[in-house]
Design a binder for this molecule. Sequence first.
Ligand SMILES: NC(=O)C1=CN([C@@H]2O[C@H](COP(=O)(O)OP(=O)(O)OC[C@H]3O[C@@H](n4cnc5c(N)ncnc54)[C@H](O)[C@@H]3O)[C@@H](O)[C@H]2O)C=CC1
Ligand SMILES: [Mg+2]
Length: 316
Amino acid sequence: MRPLLSWAGWRAVLARTYSPGPSAGYRGASGAQGYVRNPPVGTCDLQGELDRFGGISVRLARLDALDRLDAAAFQKGLQAAVQQWRSEGRIAVWLHIPILQSRFIAPAASLGFCFHHAESDSSTLTLWLGEGPSRLPGYASHQVGVAGAVFDESTRKILVVQDRNKLKNMWKFPGGLSEPGEDIGDTAVREVFEETGIKSEFRSLLSIRQQHTNPGAFGKSDMYIVCRLKPYSFTINFCQHECLRCEWMDLNDLAKTENTTPITSRVARLLLYGYREGFDKIDLTVEELPAVHTGLFYKLYHKELPDNYKTMKGIY
Ligand SMILES: NC(=O)C1=CN([C@@H]2O[C@H](COP(=O)(O)OP(=O)(O)OC[C@H]3O[C@@H](n4cnc5c(N)ncnc54)[C@H](O)[C@@H]3O)[C@@H](O)[C@H]2O)C=CC1
Ligand SMILES: [Mg+2]
């Protein structure tokens, strides 16, 4: 949730939009409504930022005197604040609680707040105040795993591993979970190197598998993406913790063997087709483009588009 104004700006907004109730707010020595510099010990002043949807976001880490506040005073303050926000027509409350202030979770839950998500150092709870069922977006629905199909065109060999931690030892592509902020291709290259010692570079995206109720996904769905990589080192030095075996296998053999997972078998056949007929038949290549609103950049994956279609020059 991105504040549209600076924190000081929001305080000014809140001074106009938020008039504190008896315990939800305390008018400090400054006299400014809704802005408390030094709330007395044991009272609870809950100010928040207004978001563009009409919700209020309260960050407990920003409140003064939090260490001296007990759970009962917090609950009273929160109840009064919620009443106030409801009367002002706010649609939701987002409550961000640092892990060391987790004693405030139970009082918030008793007022109807539910967990939205947790990170390593904080949790976020929400309360829907609007009409009808909640329209708040949920948190992440998938975990993303990425594998690298490292294919050496000059020898027609492909890099495969057997997982040490699986009951059935089948050939598969090395890979693993993507880290926050990591590009798909970078995950594939990193995981291949960590698991096999092979250095490679990203060429294309080959397939996406979506699976729900995957046992290893903590109740979320699993997105498993296979990339085509080109090797530039060839000496295997595989990770003993994760892999039982690792080898360069002829692509024909991988495409025909039964000792593999269905997805590995299908991608091996796809690669064989690309190798024979041209990789442009199977590759989703990547391009970086600018995001219109944020000025950030993103990666877009699709089948190759001729330059004249990209520019629309000479296209009627
Ligand atoms: N069909 C296929 O070929 C397969 C696809 N996948 C996909 O690959 C992705 C995950 O790749 P992985 O290689 O499993 O992940 P990964 O390479 O990121 O991590 C695996 C390693 O993490 C550690 N680990 C995982 N869970 C653990 C736990 N509960 N306790 C302690 N250590 C633990 C173990 O050291 C394990 O060897 C998922 O998207 C999954 O769907 C996984 C296996 C086979
Ligand atoms: Mg792995």
